[in-house]
Design a protein around this ligand. Structure first.
Ligand code: FES
Length: 214
């Protein structure tokens, strides 16, 4: 697993099966995230291939997304056009297809892999089983500055993911935007526990140290 190829784009609980569409971003691309009624996550470009209207304005209809403007429907999985309400007897044109992204669900997050020919498996081993997503910390320093700050505060690198045994935490540093780092954090600590409070305090200290060191 190379977690760096997989980017967390939303918390799992934000996507309700067969119901809502969630906007997200990845490397400058605007995403529309949703689930089929069976719960399979989908990550699509947030633009309808017909006239570029945002899918996040549309709705989930069974295992399709329906665009808000002319109601064209697109199929989960392939992103292929599957129906044009104004022309119910017309076979949908094959070339009209949404750009879809490789998507996986692990450790309480929806992950997207932007590398088209990547052979990396889904990021299921980035976080130990039973751990849960804690928070995303944005830090006002470039991504390259984060390893130094993590190391100075007792975090150890485990590939692209960093761990802190004392805090029962794992952290994945990623670019948020130019000059700004982002740290996705998972933990074994129970919500509202003393361990969780200690972790939040340590993360605040980490942000202060990183910004001071930069
Ligand atoms: S813009 Fe989406 S169906 Fe026309």
């Amino acid at each position: 697993m190379t977690a760096a190829a997989w980017h967390p784009v939303a918390a799992s609980h934000e996507l309700r099966a067969g119901e809502n569409i969630v906007a997200s971003f990845l490397q400058g691309a605007e995403l529309a995230l949703w689930r089929t009624p069976e719960g399979a996550p989908q990550a699509w470009d947030n633009r309808c291939p017909h006239r570029s209207v945002r899918f996040t304005l549309g709705q989930v209809v069974g295992d399709r997304l329906s665009c808000a403007y002319h109601g064209w429907q697109f199929q989960a999985g392939s992103g292929a056009c599957a129906g044009i309400p104004a022309h119910p007897h017309l076979s949908p044109p094959r070339h009209v297809c949404v750009k879809t992204w490789r998507v996986a669900e692990a450790a309480g997050m929806i992950w997207v892999n932007p590398v088209a020919d990547s052979t990396d498996a889904a990021p299921v081993d980035a976080v130990p089983a039973g751990w849960h997503f804690c928070r995303t910390l944005t830090i006002n320093v470039p991504l390259a500055s984060l390893p130094g700050a993590l190391q100075a505060l007792g975090w150890q690198t485990q590939g692209p993911v960093w761990g802190h045994a004392g805090l029962q935490a794992r952290a994945l540093p990623l670019d948020a935007q130019a000059g700004m780092g982002m740290l996705h954090v998972w933990t074994a600590a129970a919500p509202a526990s003393a361990e969780m409070a200690a972790l939040h305090a340590a993360l605040r200290q980490l942000r202060a140290s990183a910004e001071e060191m930069a």
